[in-house]
Design a binder for this molecule. Structure first.
Ligand SMILES: Nc1nc2c(ncn2[C@@H]2O[C@H](COP(=O)(O)OP(=O)(O)OP(=O)(O)O)[C@@H](O)[C@H]2O)c(=O)[nH]1
Ligand SMILES: [Mg+2]
Length: 392
């Protein structure tokens, strides 16, 4: 599957930059293309300059709202981010139209954090505009949820997130949720290493996108995972995960394929990788609430067999009994077995529900504070009314 990727705001732009890097890797390692066009959109010119892999011209790094913000961002107000995106949407559409390779892509991937201003405000607006304009290509939104400490110290983060999630869910074909906090729980040293987190967020897309683009027979699986399978799966709230187990060199050479011990080790490796994919998925979720699921098995060709694929399918079925399950295999690895899992069409996500509840409570509180402010200002005016001004 080939994607046109557009990142909005600081977080979105940096993760889009990761996708540009993944594409360079796919070209180098596998001689295939997965993201023919990648753009970053921001109100902040310094953020755009900091990117490394997206071409530096103004058609790929797109500055919006320059007149309103003078290139300095919208300071967390996502309503302002949305307004600017609406006003400057032509700039983005023009850039997409003029990019030579855009027409090759199967779908759009739009990326932003939910907690800031620019990305959170512009992602729903552009999702809608792009869907109206390119009705033959689905639009998937990758939304990055804030760290716990941001939510507990800044209520605007929660409020922005609720507005963003509600809005993208109304317009996107699917909303892929990623929880920043999960990456720190996995590895505490990451708290100071945001670029490592970005690499981990983008990584699971590598095999999923490459699998259907392979041309070399030895890398084409018995059941290829193509753009159609992915598009059929991605619907509504979505979570994805990735797990891997190493295959010791000894195992690769010593056991014969048919040895019964080998078979059970393979299955065990497969389920272990799938367990890891689920327990380390991009957001805590309940697979039993998923309406669709997909898994991709990548391994050395001699490690793959129908039995393993079947066992993994049965295992996933037991975890997600209500889901329509699709699958694929991708013989591309040398010494590891990996499993990618996507759960989609969730009927319920606790984390989203919590944002909605908290934001609904914040709205009357924000109104009360605004009124208090206006009353105080009025009061100050009244007290000062007899004092002469120097500005007659
Ligand atoms: N994973 C990840 N999260 C990020 C990154 N940069 C910012 N964030 C998160 O994104 C949220 C802040 O949003 P930003 O993307 O910085 O905001 P913006 O869209 O540029 O909007 P404004 O700066 O408010 O105009 C916070 O929750 C940050 O933790 C990044 O590079 N990677
Ligand atoms: Mg910013």
């Amino acid at each position: 599957m080939k994607l046109t990727v557009i990142g909005f705001g600081q977080c979105g732009g940096r993760i889009a930059d990761e996708f540009a890097q993944l594409n360079a890797r796919a070209r180098r390692q596998r001689k295939i293309e997965i993201t023919p066009a990648v753009f970053a959109v921001n109100t902040d010119s310094a953020d755009l300059s900091g990117l490394k892999h997206i071409p530096t011209d103004y058609r790929h790094r797109i500055l919006i709202g320059n007149q309103k913000t003078q290139g300095h961002g919208v300071g967390k107000l996502n309503e302002v981010g949305a307004e600017i995106a609406r006003d400057d949407s032509d700039k983005i559409i023009d850039a997409i139209r003029q990019s030579k390779r855009f027409f090759e892509s199967d779908a759009f991937l739009l990326i932003a954090s939910s907690g800031g201003g620019t990305g959170s405000g512009s992602i729903p607006v552009l999702t809608r505009i792009i869907r109206e304009r390119y009705s033959d290509k689905p639009v998937y939104d990758l939304v990055i949820l804030p760290f716990e400490h941001e939510e507990s110290t800044e209520e605007r983060t929660t409020y922005n997130t609720a507005l963003c999630l509600k809005s993208v869910n109304e317009v996107a074909n699917a909303v892929i949720l990623v929880d920043n906090q999960r990456y720190i729980k996995k590895d505490a040293s990451l708290s100071s290493n945001i670029s490592k987190i970005n690499a981990l967020i983008a990584e699971p897309f590598y095999d999923i996108l490459c699998a259907g683009e392979e041309k070399k027979a030895k890398h084409v699986g018995a059941k290829t995972l193509d753009a159609g399978d992915i598009a059929q799966t991605l619907t509504g709230w979505t979570v994805l995960g990735y797990g891997q187990t190493q295959i010791p060199k000894f195992d690769l050479s010593f056991f014969k394929k048919s040895d019964f011990r080998n078979k059970s080790t393979q299955t065990h490796r497969g389920t272990r990788a799938m367990d890891q994919a689920i327990s380390e998925s991009s957001l805590a979720c309940r697979p039993e609430d998923a309406g669709k699921a997909l898994y991709l098995l990548s391994a050395p060709p001699n490690e793959m067999n129908m039995n393993l694929a079947k066992e993994l399918g049965e295992y996933l079925r037991s975890l997600a009994p209500k889901a329509v399950i699709r699958n694929g295999d991708y013989p591309n690895k040398r010494d590891a077995l990996s499993v990618h899992v996507i759960f989609s069409e969730f009927s319920n996500i606790d984390r989203v529900r919590n944002y909605y509840t908290k934001a609904s409570e914040l709205i009357p509180e924000f109104k009360r504070r605004q009124k208090e402010r206006e009353d105080n200002l009025k009061d100050m005016d009244t007290i000062s009314k007899d004092i002469p001004s120097l500005l007659t």
